[in-house]
Design a protein around this ligand. Structure first.
Ligand SMILES: Cc1cc2nc3c(=O)[nH]c(=O)nc-3n(C[C@H](O)[C@H](O)[C@H](O)COP(=O)(O)OP(=O)(O)OC[C@H]3O[C@@H](n4cnc5c(N)ncnc54)[C@H](O)[C@@H]3O)c2cc1C
Length: 392
């Protein structure tokens, strides 16, 4: 067993865990990351970093470097399967209202950058946490290789399937959304995609966005039972057949995807929890509030968690009070996002033609002001503010 106890143990080297380690380091606190995988590289897919995440990164002093890795998103439209616009949020006014831009970034680029900010001796790979025990002020985490480590605080950031969360809250198993998803990044040299869009149609949803380095990130979601054995074996050939009558350049993007780059997984989240802080243990990122990806906010919320944690740690209260304050400031927001994203996903995945026609009609005629107000709430950069009713 390792002897140093005056430090933070972080389980999981995803965005939440790595950002937390960097944040703690920035305020002079020692943190060690324990990651189950043998190698940390970030998967071959992209994701959006919205204005709120950029604000949190600014608080952590990471924004300028990370924005250089991202592709600036100057528009994001929702389309029907023939390419007609259903919703066209005013991203320029969003950027100027929040004084922050929206970016799309490749996961591997972000991982590499974050990892480079943490001393190598503080990142422990091949360490799969299986349980923890508590004794007085200390927490000990036990790993599958028989080793263990002890620290003064435990940040659980091991993602949606978190074993440690399930030790704390046994009923918090992931729930399946009803749709499954393929993702890939491809070269953009011949397609020259300029805009970010998401297409809603009877045969599923298709999203695409340009990335830096002349690449495209795309994803496709189709309704299905969980772990469908047929869909599991789909290749780009079956995907192409499914989306063949969708607007350009969707079929071409699928055609240009290398089989080996295709990622597939069911879309899951966890039903909103009522607690994130347990004395000197805190749930962070997907481990505490995994959300479906429909609002593009999962990683953004993980980064917000870290900004709020660092803000609270600067107040020098006890760890238990600090983590409780983080929970007070985070719970309503992350639960709102999980619930809203779940509902958006249900509507976006409708496959009944009559319902689709009604939905598309309503989306087109919905006043811009109303559409914008929903987006404003998501991108709220007020997450750092402490509301009176959130104080004890
Ligand atoms: C299809 C899709 C699209 C998405 N798009 C977006 C988007 O556009 N914008 C956005 O903000 N978010 C998006 N997300 C969500 C985003 O990917 C997640 O919210 C984010 O990756 C969560 O980061 P995390 O660090 O909390 O968890 P993870 O990224 O899951 O990292 C957890 C880490 O813990 C490790 N681990 C797991 N178990 C153990 C263990 N027992 N012991 C030690 N280590 C362990 C894992 O190997 C992993 O490295 C999307 C998600 C999906 C599925």
């Amino acid at each position: 067993m390792e002897a140093t106890t005056d430090r933070f143990i972080i389980i999981g080297g995803g965005i939440a865990g790595l950002c937390a380690a960097i944040g703690l380091q920035s305020i002079g606190m020692e943190a060690h990351v324990y990651e189950g995988a043998q190698k940390l590289k970030g998967i071959g897919a992209g994701f959006g970093l919205a204005a709120n995440a950029m604000q949190a990164l600014a608080y952590l002093d990471l924004r300028d470097d990370i924005s250089k890795l991202g592709h600036f998103l100057d528009s994001y439209n929702i389309l029907d399967d023939q390419g007609h616009i259903l919703v066209a949020p005013d991203t320029k006014s969003i950027s100027s209202n929040y004084n922050q831009d929206n970016f799309a970034i490749h996961r591997a680029d972000l991982h590499q950058f974050l990892l480079g900010k943490i001393p190598a001796e503080q990142v422990h790979l091949g360490k799969r946490a299986i349980s923890f025990t508590k004794e007085k002020e200390l927490v000990t985490v036990h790993f599958s290789d028989g080793s263990s480590t002890t620290g003064k605080a435990l940040l659980i950031a091991d993602g949606v399937h978190s074993l440690l969360r399930q030790q704390l809250i046994p009923e918090s198993a992931p729930r399946y959304s009803g749709y499954t998803c393929w993702r890939a990044t491809i070269d953009n040299s011949s397609i020259q995609l300029q805009k970010s869009t998401e297409t809603w149609g009877k045969k599923g949803r298709f999203g695409m966005t340009p990335l830096v380095g002349n690449r495209i990130y795309w994803y496709a979601c189709i309704n299905s039972e969980a772990q469908n054995p047929i869909l599991k074996n789909w290749t780009t050939r079956e995907l192409l057949a499914n989306f063949s009558d969708y607007h350009a350049p969707i079929p071409r993007i699928i055609q240009e995807t290398k089989e080996s780059d295709l990622l597939w997984n069911d879309i899951i989240d966890i039903a909103p929890l009522s607690q994130l802080a347990f004395d000197n243990i805190l749930l962070m990122g997907d481990a505490g509030h995994a959300t479906t990806p429909n609002l593009g906010q999962g990683a953004c919320q993980a980064i917000e968690d870290v900004a709020v944690l660092i803000d609270e740690l600067k107040k020098h209260t006890t760890l238990s009070e600090t983590f409780k304050n983080v929970e007070r400031r985070r719970l309503a927001r992350v639960n709102y996002i999980t619930n809203t994203s779940w509902r958006v996903g249900q509507i976006a995945q409708w496959d009944n033609t009559v319902l689709i026609n009604i939905r598309n009609f309503l989306m087109k005629i919905m006043p811009n002001k109303l559409k914008q107000s929903q987006i404003n709430r998501l991108l709220s950069v007020d997450f750092m503010k402490i509301n009176a009713n959130e104080k004890h």
